[in-house]
Design a protein around this ligand. Structure first.
Ligand code: F6R
Length: 243
């Protein structure tokens, strides 16, 4: 794993967005793996800015998101589909049919997980996968004890994750779904390049554990040590806790 430190969350977002923009320019038919959450809001803000300024062409690009909540009503403002539409897809020129998220409202979640894996495979795999890190050490929603070989599946969210995400549900932890469909750790590790983004002091301790090890399925992000091309981009608030 390589690590770069930038001054603040804005600089982290700018560098991350630049990596994505450069890939889209070099390979207009690239396959992007995307994430949601507060960290990525700034990344997508920067990417939208670059796209407008430099006329990025996303028309042949395809995207696969890491995860989606299970059990939200269709069109919910809290769904990751809504998040992605608002923060990115409606603001760049990507055809909405090229944007994929697992369907958390599918009647048969096992079949939906298999369909999602198959869609990623048929797209030729993911060129660049963006990941954040949760306070439980998750990547995607791979909570502690997720096997490093795990594939897309239905998972029960850890209480710490539901607390972390309650802010996006007006602070109401009971409104945060109990389950999600998530790419597995094994799915994520198959991406050709992985970019891990972490900002803010709340992430400092878990990021230090992820980067400095030991490798353990109690912290899914430590699986990234098995990947050949992972870049972690962090701000000073996070880096202060590194050894
Ligand atoms: C979101 C996802 C999660 C988040 C992580 C950090 O699609 O898969 O792993 O990246 O929980 O979330 P924030 O950025 O809100 O702290």
């Amino acid at each position: 794993m390589k690590l770069v430190v930038r001054n603040d969350d804005r600089a982290v977002a700018a560098m991350t967005a630049r990596l994505i923009a450069d890939l889209v320019k070099a390979r207009p038919d690239c396959v992007l793996g995307l994430a949601t959450g507060r960290t990525m809001e700034r990344v997508y803000g920067e990417l939208v800015g670059i796209s407008a300024a430099e006329g990025l062409d996303f028309s042949r690009c395809r995207t696969f998101n890491l995860d989606e909540y299970i059990g939200l009503p269709p069109g919910s403002v809290h769904s990751y589909r809504t998040y992605m539409n608002e923060h990115l897809f409606s603001r760049i020129d990507i055809p909405i049919g090229n944007t994929m998220l697992p369907d958390g409202s599918a009647a048969d979640l096992v079949a939906e997980a298999a369909r999602y894996e198959d869609a990623i495979r048929r797209a030729g795999g993911i060129d660049l996968q963006l990941v954040g890190i949760g306070e439980t050490g998750h990547i995607g929603f791979n909570e502690p004890l997720s096997p490093f070989t795990s594939r897309t599946r239905d998972i029960t969210l850890a209480p710490g994750t539901r607390r972390q995400n309650a802010a996006l549900f007006d602070g109401d932890i009971d409104a945060v779904p109990q389950r999600a469909l998530t790419m597995g750790v094994g799915t994520i590790l198959e991406a050709r390049r992985i970019v891990l983004v972490a900002t803010g002091s709340a992430k400092a301790s878990i990021l230090a554990q992820a980067v400095e090890g030991p490798v353990t399925s109690m912290i899914s992000a430590t699986a990234l040590h098995f990947h050949q091309d992972t870049l972690a981009i962090v701000d000073e608030d996070v880096a202060r806790h590194l050894g």
